[in-house]
Design a protein around this ligand. Structure first.
Ligand code: ZN
Length: 364
């Protein structure tokens, strides 16, 4: 039987795994899209078209011309008007599917606000650009028993993995049905120190790899929201679309054989702020100091960071610090990085701008 509100989902409801019942589940469900850049725009777009009833889109950033190559919800008008990404996405999505309720959160997601965001939704979908926020999202998702769909892409390489967290002592339906999975920390013990990994702003990124990864995330999200847990991919998918390599890493036993601090020992160190970076606006200096807590014995790889910064401006490096003059979207910044994980971003008084510059050019 057809009802007008369901008509637009006809082709999706034809699928045996979804049907009208699955479609009604999607319409009654909610998702947090964490980050609205390359991954997040594709994720939000496809979830809205699929009829996920409520989307919360969180992003701290504004749209720039260089985003348009891959961030599919945005256009030149958005760049000209300097609209925050979350708000531009909200406006665009309400034109794509007016049945979907969209909330834009224009903020830096951190250990102070992530639990509030995560507890209000049925699933968390990862569109962020740094590991600190991913581990934070993983902590919050595990603590509150929410599925979390990880994705990441840089260069021509991408990864995706869906997590149905173990919920000891509670009665999550997937735990009872035997479909709980290892969490992100079961697989990667700790977020790498800043500067260890290339970022899209330093290494570049191919648009298609982002879309591919994001769509794998969306497929898993739709399975989760319709209760098709047995259909979830239990492997960590990794690909290089330039080298034509696709790998599925078998990680299903990581929970059983490991001693995960997060999902097994229930120690939520990222939520507790143990590894959190912090920012301080430096009085009268038009500068912000960022402090990243490094693990014991961890050191920043100065050579790698300096090499990555060189194409973007003048770089002076010594044993003690790196100083780089960077022009980002027409604005000049001076970035000074110290061996102990501290950095000073000169050229702004706003912590979110400083964090953004750091995440883009150093990587967190
Ligand atoms: Zn775990």
């Amino acid at each position: 039987m057809s009802t007008p509100e369901l008509d637009r989902y006809h082709r999706q409801m034809l699928l045996p795994g979804i049907g009208e019942e699955g479609q009604r589940k999607l319409l009654a469900s909610s998702a947090l899209v964490l980050g609205c850049g390359a991954l997040g725009t594709v994720i939000a777009n496809m979830l809205a078209r699929a009829g996920v009833g409520r989307l919360i889109i969180a992003d701290r950033d504004f749209i720039e011309l260089t985003n348009l190559q891959r961030q599919v919800l945005f256009d030149e008008d958005d760049v000209a008007q300097a609209i925050p990404k979350a708000e531009a996405a909200r406006r665009k999505i309400s034109r794509i599917n007016s049945q979907v309720q969209v909330e834009a959160v224009i903020d830096d997601v951190n250990h102070g606000n992530i639990e509030r965001l995560v507890t209000g939704v049925d699933v968390v979908v990862d569109g962020v650009d740094n590991f600190e926020t991913r581990f934070l999202a993983n902590d919050a998702a595990v603590k509150h028993g929410k599925p979390y769909v990880y994705g990441g892409a840089v260069g021509t390489v991408g990864m995706s993995y869906a997590i149905l967290p173990h919920t000891p002592g509670s009665d999550s339906a997937w735990e009872k049905a035997g479909h709980a999975t290892p969490c992100l920390r079961c697989i990667f013990e700790q977020a790498p120190p800043p500067g260890m990994n290339p970022t899209c702003d330093t290494a570049g990124v191919l648009g298609p790899v982002v879309s591919i990864v994001a769509n794998f995330q969306v497929a898993e999200t739709i399975k989760i929201l319709t209760g098709n847990w047995a259909a979830l991919r239990t492997t960590l998918l990794s690909m290089d679309v330039w080298e034509n390599e696709f790998r599925q890493l078998r990680v299903a036993r990581a929970y059983d054989v490991g001693e995960c601090a997060c999902c097994k020992k229930r120690q939520f160190e990222y939520l507790d702020g143990k590894f959190a970076s912090s920012t301080t606006t430096l009085c009268g200096r038009n500068a912000v100091q960022l402090t990243t807590k490094l693990g014991q014995g961890e050191k920043l790889d100065f050579d790698a960071i300096a090499n990555r910064l060189r194409p973007h401006g003048e770089v002076a490096a010594s044993k003690f610090m790196i100083r780089a003059q960077i022009s980002d979207n027409g604005s000049p910044y001076e970035l000074t990085i110290f061996t102990d994980g501290r950095a000073i971003v000169k050229g702004t008084k706003q912590p979110t701008v400083a964090r953004n510059i750091y995440a883009k050019y150093v990587g967190a």
